[in-house]
Design a protein around this ligand. Structure first.
Ligand code: EPU
Length: 331
């Protein structure tokens, strides 16, 4: 048995039957040819968006493919090919150091580059899909395929790589296009307000502001186990919002370009009185109600019990079903 404690940021003490890493496409293909990838298997990234309900009776795979390589460059933009095993925030730091615009609002998101393309990570008005050119993969038969961004089925925290039929498609590299022309995305939340503390707006300043905002709201997994937002923000028809506004005139929402609206689940959970509340060793974070935390020694089932209780409250008060954003394993 192999302990997964250091491979899930929730800090759940579970094990896998076997654990296998690979550092190159060649090594992955050799493992496949040798029949080393037995079923069932689960491919993980940094384990920052996972909740294990119990031990994993199978093989856990993890990419250690490293490298940030410039593919094309002109005065206006640069294309880079990045290994799936590169720590996401190291890549953001690299872009900011090089004066490449695009990733800075996604500073400090935990996890690795491969998973960023699976999950379509997003924060502070930016989604990674807008920076991706293509995603390189190897499947369980050892076949390579490059998906152009249009083929990836990107939507809010979603892609075709999350579908069950693509469970055996492994991301090996992600190619991004970043801009060399100065531009920023500043309209989300308190970014502009925070920027007033600085004499000038630069890429490193914006990265620092994003990091400060995140650190003030989101718990550090090294201190308290968590997987960021536990739930997705539900997307509802406009009429549903209008009905809710009768009872909750201050309900926050974001308009989507298809006429529907996204309602912050954190706000609804907060309104239900869950913020800072515990259920056994699992708790709702006291600074951001969308985040569930492990107060120490929680099992996956403790977090799931809290999640079920929170979902039931939101359903009762708002008539909306919220769904986990975190991937439940064996849940
Ligand atoms: N709110 C409350 N109480 C709370 C939490 C939020 O009233 O306890 C309200 C806020 O005041 C604000 C609104 O809800 O009006 C939205 O809150 P926030 O800006 O903190 O963002 P979020 O919608 O809760 C999403 C992402 C985060 C991302 C932030 C910033 C999802 C599931 N979550 O959270 O992503 O960092 O926006 O862009 O979309 C993650 O995916 O793990 C993650 C942290």
């Amino acid at each position: 048995m192999y302990s997964l404690l250091s491979h899930n940021t929730f800090g759940i003490d579970v094990s896998a039957e076997r654990f296998q890493e690979y550092a190159s496409v060649e090594e992955l293909k050799t493992l496949i040819a040798q029949g080393a990838l037995t079923t069932p298997f689960l491919h993980i990234g940094g384990g920052s968006n996972l909740l294990f309900a119990k031990d994993y009776d199978g093989l856990v795979l993890h990419s250690r493919i490293e490298g940030i390589e410039v593919m094309e460059e002109d005065d206006r933009s640069v294309s880079v090919r990045v290994g799936a095993g590169v720590v996401w925030d190291d890549f953001v730091g690299y872009c900011v150091e090089h004066g490449w615009y695009g990733t800075e609002n996604l500073s400090l998101i935990p996890g690795e580059v491969g998973a960023s393309a699976v999950q379509n990570i997003g924060a502070y008005g930016v989604e990674v899909k807008d920076l991706i050119i293509s995603v390189e993969t190897v499947n369980i038969h050892g076949e390579e395929r490059v998906y152009a961004v249009e083929e990836c089925g990107y939507a809010y925290r979603d892609s075709i790589f999350k579908r069950p039929e693509n469970k055996s498609v492994f991301v090996t590299y992600v190619c991004f296009r970043l801009s060399k022309e100065e531009h920023y995305t500043l309209d989300y939340g308190t970014i502009r307000q925070e920027l007033e503390k600085y004499p000038a707006l630069t890429l490193p300043v914006l990265r620092k502001v994003i990091i400060d905002i995140r650190e003030s709201k989101l718990p550090d997994p090294k201190v308290m186990g968590n997987a960021g937002s536990f739930f997705m923000n539900p997307i509802v028809p406009r009429e549903k919002l209008e009905a809710l506004q009768q009872e909750f005139p201050r309900i926050p929402f974001y308009e989507l370009n298809d006429g529907r609206v996204k309602i912050p689940a954190g706000w609804m959970i907060d309104q239900c009185g869950w913020k800072g509340k515990s259920l056994g060793p699992a708790a709702v974070h006291d600074k951001q109600a969308l985040v569930l935390v492990n107060r120490g020694g929680a099992k996956g089932s403790d977090i799931i019990a809290l999640s079920d209780a929170v979902r039931a409250s939101v359903r009762e008060k708002f008539g909306i079903d919220i769904h986990p954003e975190v991937n439940l394993v064996n849940g």
